[in-house]
Write a protein that binds this ligand. Structure first.
Ligand SMILES: [Zn+2]
Length: 244
């Protein structure tokens, strides 16, 4: 569809890249503008569970680029109006030369396993009683592994070991990059001290609470644990039915 046909006023337009051979763009429209008839504006955070993986990735990229562009119109160092860099996706200050690139805030997310159980917590910010993996932002000067150790300790009172990389996911609310890990329980008792979670428990694969949406890396971590448990259970059954 030609965006111009929608008749919306455009403030700024950005190229996003190619998807399936199609050039993709995102445009910023003025705040409060009425949507075309039969359409509405909706928050990505609210509807992302209804989207496919590819549409969510594209919409997330669009949201982050528009947000960065809108908030870097002026130089963060001297306050002069910035201009778009000629070759990079960056804002350049014509007065002092300061460059502003799109921001990314790395956050760790970790699935903690103890034997046949995993530790899930119910966050204060969740409206519904969803239990999820432990997550938190990386602090300046910290490695990802140090962030895992610190966040888990702060949020749950538990110490973990065997921290292993699992995968990552852009999380555009507003500009996180979730870096996923698995870890094993080392020591400690559950103690919710920092106020982020209202509850935390050890759960087995066949007794799980309400979980986060399928697209999230939290859910992928939990699903991979469930798959492994199911496989090892069926293997155990196979062996037990073997003749001695
Ligand atoms: Zn400047």
């Amino acid at each position: 569809m030609d965006f111009g046909l929608l008749g919306l006023p455009i403030l700024r337009r950005h190229y996003l890249g190619l998807l399936g051979g199609q050039n993709c763009f995102t445009v910023e429209v003025p705040e409060g503008v009425a949507p075309p008839s039969g359409m509405r504006f909706e928050g990505l955070r609210r509807i992302h569970t209804l989207m496919g993986e590819m549409s969510f990735a594209l919409a997330g990229r669009a949201l982050q680029i528009v947000d960065w562009d809108r908030t870097s119109q002026f130089c963060g160092r001297c306050g002069a109006k910035t201009t778009a860099h000629a070759t990079e996706r960056a804002k350049e200050c014509p007065q002092c030369g300061f460059l502003q690139f799109p921001r990314l805030a790395p956050a760790i997310i970790v699935l903690i396993q103890r034997g046949h159980e995993i530790l899930l917590a119910r966050g204060r910010r969740f409206e519904s009683p969803i239990y999820s993996t432990i997550a938190g932002f990386v602090e300046p000067g910290e490695t990802l592994e140090e962030a895992v150790l610190r966040e888990v300790k702060e949020e749950t009172g538990i110490t973990v070991k065997d921290i292993r990389y699992f995968g990552s996911q852009p999380w555009p609310f507003p500009h996180s990059l979730m870096v996923g890990f698995t870890a094993s329980f080392a020591s400690g008792e559950i103690a919710l001290s920092d106020g982020e979670n209202v509850d935390a428990h050890w759960f087995t694969a066949n007794d799980l609470p309400q979980l986060p949406g399928k697209l999230s890396i939290a859910r992928k971590l939990i699903d991979s644990f469930v798959t492994k448990q199911t496989q090892s259970n069926s293997k155990a059954k196979d062996t037990s039915s073997d003749p001695p």
